[in-house]
Ligand binder design. Structure first.
Ligand code: SIN
Length: 480
């Protein structure tokens, strides 16, 4: 976004220096783009819609799929070295929900790192970008007419500063850190979304939360490293403790079914007391060269995935919902824009297709930047400041994570949602803090949506009455 806004001056505020601690830099998957022989943006769009349970904004899906090849080319022109086959053509990998190999990677399973390094260097060298690192967004200033007029940021020592801004773009990532198990970094705590909602912006699809089936099942900590789905694209299989394939008979695409289907299967298996493993022992040495991050992760845990199976568990990975934005990235609050995981343009529907998230950030970010380039409004004076509210303490955050994980997992029920809402509402140490308010904002639409759709799967909608009314909706092709 910042690069495309040139020459309009941009102040880039980030918590970390460089790209450390961002979900984009951690992305092991790549970028989906219809660049292979015989592929077409229409096929990419169709897979995106099927994965999203057709809850997607169809126009946004087509635009995204059509823009993907050019976005890859643009990154290449900036210096991203995409992986290529011996003949010089882009190497294409396959991931869940795609009908063919369509994912470009850089550095094997380190695409996010490669892309973010190049973009960060370009932003650091861009004369129109002033990068304020080590700062957190604390409050939004609103003018007399209600539009955005400024931001208040704060550093680790608690010193705050106010900046005038006629346009504010949120790119603050997801909400995984609110849960007990997530592939997201610590900073993905939903604070940007909470602030936008507090300032009056509308949210959309907040109940749709994607669980990735294969986080590394580490015994300690809530931030679990990802074991990329591309391994299953290369031939790895999910198995139980006896080595029996877990996905066979669950979906025609088996291990490469859309993520929500695979996550539910593993969640059920683990809830029944089983363990899930990724068996990648059949991959040859050439294939393993595409997975340096997984090899190094496993080595840190004393595992050699060429001879050992990898323990895996579902973990929160991506929020399809977020600040409601139109196809131009504009929210319902004048002057507030959002892009990437914090935003919900409707492109991902009820469940994001693999390797569409870096793509969305790139394509929508560039479009938004280009649009804001020509809107050089002056910021009006700030009439009032809005923040999200006080922070919950560590213990309350743990309790909140437990309630959210129990209620908003891959399998949900009215009973568990109501229990979580009641427990949070009754406890001022949660309900009176921004994390608690955000949690209730996620739980309420999940409670209201009685019918299963994509990543929102209501086990109680399978009651006899509901089936008679035809409101049980397993994923396309899934054996319920
Ligand atoms: C993965 O590599 O499994 C995740 C990619 C994505 O989030 O799309």
């Amino acid at each position: 976004m910042a690069l495309a806004a040139a020459p309009r001056p941009v102040v880039l505020v980030s918590r970390s220096r460089g790209t450390t601690g961002t979900a984009s830099a951690m992305a092991q998957g790549g970028i989906a783009a219809a660049v292979g022989p015989g592929d077409d943006a229409v096929f990419h769009a169709a897979d995106t819609l099927v994965a999203g349970a057709c809850h997607n904004h169809v126009g946004a899906v087509l635009d995204l799929a059509q823009a993907a090849p050019e976005a890859v080319q643009w990154l290449g022109s900036l210096g991203v070295q995409f992986d290529r086959a011996g003949d010089g053509q882009l190497s294409l990998g396959r991931e869940g929900g795609h009908d063919r190999a369509r994912i470009v990677h850089a550095g094997g399973d380190a695409t996010g790192h490669a892309v973010m390094q190049v973009l960060a260097a370009a932003a650091a060298n861009a004369p129109h970008v002033h990068w304020l690192a080590g700062k957190t967004l604390q409050a939004i200033g609103l003018a007399a007419d209600g539009r955005v007029a400024g931001v208040r940021v704060c550093d680790v020592a608690g010193r705050s500063a106010q900046l005038a801004a006629a346009d504010l773009v949120l790119a603050t990532g997801g909400i995984g850190a609110l849960f007990s198990a997530t592939t997201n970094p610590e900073g993905a705590d939903g604070s940007g979304l909470a602030l936008a909602l507090a300032a009056g912006a509308e949210g959309r699809d907040l109940e749709f939360i994607q669980w990735h089936p294969t986080a590394f099942a580490s015994p300690s900590g809530r931030h679990l490293p990802l074991v990329t789905e591309a391994l299953r694209g290369a031939g790895a299989r999910l198995v139980d403790e006896q080595g029996v394939p877990l996905m066979q008979g669950t979906h025609p695409l088996a291990d490469l079914a859309p993520r929500d289907v695979v996550a539910r299967r593993l969640w059920r298996h683990r809830r029944a007391g089983g363990q899930a493993w990724l068996d990648a022992r059949r991959l040859d040495e050439a294939a393993w060269r595409q997975f340096p991050s997984v090899l190094s992760l496993c080595a840190q845990h004393g595992i050699d995935p060429r001879s050992d199976r990898i323990p895996v568990t579902p973990a929160v990975h991506f929020h399809m919902g977020g600040v409601a934005v139109d196809p131009k990235g504009e929210s319902s609050l004048a002057g507030l824009h959002a892009v990437g995981e914090v935003a919900c343009s409707g492109v991902h529907g009820a469940n994001r297709l693999a390797s569409n998230s870096l793509l969305e950030g790139l394509v929508c970010g560039r479009l938004l930047g280009a649009r804001l380039r020509s809107q050089g409004k002056r910021a009006a004076p700030v009439l009032r400041w809005v923040d999200a509210g006080p922070d919950a303490d560590g213990e309350s955050r743990e309790r909140l994570a437990m309630h959210l994980t129990a209620a908003l997992g891959p399998l949900r029920s009215g009973e568990s949602l109501a229990a979580a809402m009641a427990a949070i509402t009754a406890d001022p140490a949660m309900a009176g803090r921004w994390q608690g308010r955000l949690a209730l904002a996620l739980l309420a639409p999940a409670m209201a949506r009685k019918r299963s759709l994509g990543a929102h799967y209501r086990v109680d909608s399978a009651s006899a009455g509901n089936i008679r009314q035809g409101i049980e909706t397993p994923a396309y092709g899934e054996t319920a």
